[in-house]
Design a protein around this ligand. Structure first.
Ligand code: SF4
Length: 402
């Protein structure tokens, strides 16, 4: 039996497909070089943009033409199924079944656990998932609904997978997650049942009777040897994280280059900057999504920083790490974005001089707060004009990504 996997979306989806591949190989199947010779076609879906979703529907229609002529199993997984799995009303799954009756199985990606290390496709760089999901709920983003709450992979499993890659001769390694710099917060906080994102009303990790940070007794035996790094944001403790420890331990393994993505401005701790500065083999190109260069738009997006805080962070990193470059993500045409607000984004981009930017035109995504509460009122032609204007700026935006 042969399988063929088609992946839409980001590097994390590609690595998830590597884990699916591992699971299929464990069942004795081999990889088909094309759909023509496949008995199973697995489609790993993305929902970050509507266009990616539409391409999945189109692909299934084409596969059905093959299915009418011979035996073929179609399995759909990834973000579209993630939303369906979390929708307690069952309506979203129903919608998928109606739109794609040809599909044999809608498989939640969680069925392929972290204990299936990804089959790597790049001969030089190993990609290692360290966490899945996100707790941040940016108002435009479907990820907290498609992938669910942030779950950190056990520390030792990550270390072992990286050591194995090193042994097999990989020169570079990239650590992956939706928000890598909050890695470990759930490992540290779950035992104490402290909500990770509760700091808008005060410091949630500074509670009576629970030690100095309220989580002393909650640290699992696996991570007890580390002193968690307490990230401060807007003057308050936000979360404890283990990412600086993890990154340092991987950097010490002797890879030529250690990279990570994505990181967010609010969990970028001083300790993390210190670790990057200390190890020359850690990347000097840091991906730091800004999304908008206007404070009012950032508020509507539920991004927890101001443009000033973002620029201050950039300066702090530049002061401590020589030759550092930045890449970013930007959304143009978000709900209510005025010409002036867009111009603020343009000016900020010019000021920072990003090496690259992943620029996307806003499109409403199901279940998100922006879809429910805001109006997608920037005309498509204006979105395109703004997108082209950023496109022609000195850096080179990469189209159609997050
Ligand atoms: S944009 Fe990133 S940080 Fe915000 S909700 Fe989506 S995955 Fe999380």
């Amino acid at each position: 039996m042969k399988y063929f996997i088609k992946t839409f979306g980001c590097q994390q989806n590609l690595t998830d497909s590597g884990r699916i591949e591992n699971a299929f190989q464990a069942r004795g199947m081999t990889k088909a070089s094309s759909i023509k010779e496949a008995d199973y076609v697995i489609i790993n879906t993305c929902m970050v943009r509507r266009s990616a979703e539409d391409r999945v529907y189109g692909m299934v229609i084409n596969l059905n033409k093959i299915k009418k002529k011979r035996s073929l199993k179609i399995i759909v997984t990834g973000c579209m199924v993630g939303i369906a799995a979390r929708d307690t009303t069952g309506k979203y799954l129903q919608k998928l079944k109606e739109r794609m009756p040809e599909v044999d199985e809608f498989m939640p990606i969680e069925e392929v656990g972290f204990d299936n290390p990804a089959v790597q496709t790049d001969p030089n760089t190993g990609f290692v998932v360290i966490s899945n999901g996100c707790n941040n709920f940016c108002t435009y983003c479907v990820v907290p609904f498609s992938r669910g709450k942030e779950v950190s992979r056990p520390y030792k499993d990550i270390i072992n997978e990286c050591l194995e890659l090193k042994k097999r001769g990989y020169r570079m390694v990239t650590l992956l997650g939706q928000n890598v710099n909050s890695y470990g917060s759930d490992l540290l906080l779950n035992g104490a049942k402290i909500p990770v994102l509760n700091d808008l009303g005060g410091n949630p990790i500074n509670r009576k009777g629970k030690g100095s940070h309220g989580v002393k007794n909650a640290v699992s035996s696996e991570v007890k040897d580390f002193k968690p790094v307490y990230v401060k944001h807007l003057g308050k403790h936000r979360i404890p994280t283990l990412f600086p420890h993890l990154l340092e331990e991987v950097a010490k393994m002797g890879f030529e280059k250690v990279d990570f993505m994505s990181s967010n401005p609010w969990d970028f701790s001083d300790e993390l900057i210190g670790v990057i500065a200390k190890y020359p083999n850690i990347t000097r190109t840091i991906h730091l999504p800004i999304q908008s260069g206007d404070d009012e738009v950032l508020k509507r997006m539920n991004r927890w920083y101001t443009t000033k805080e973002y620029l201050d962070l950039i300066s702090k990193i530049k002061d401590q790490i020589s030759n550092v470059k930045f890449t970013t993500d930007i959304i143009v045409g978000f709900c209510g974005e005025t010409d002036e607000e867009f111009e603020n984004t343009y000016k900020l981009c010019k000021k920072v001089g990003f090496e690259k930017a992943y620029v996307a035109r806003y499109s409403p995504r199901p279940q998100t707060a922006a879809t429910k509460n805001l109006i997608d009122d920037v005309p498509p032609a204006v979105k395109k004009k703004r997108w082209l204007k950023l496109d022609s700026l000195i850096f080179k935006p990469i189209r159609n990504q997050k």
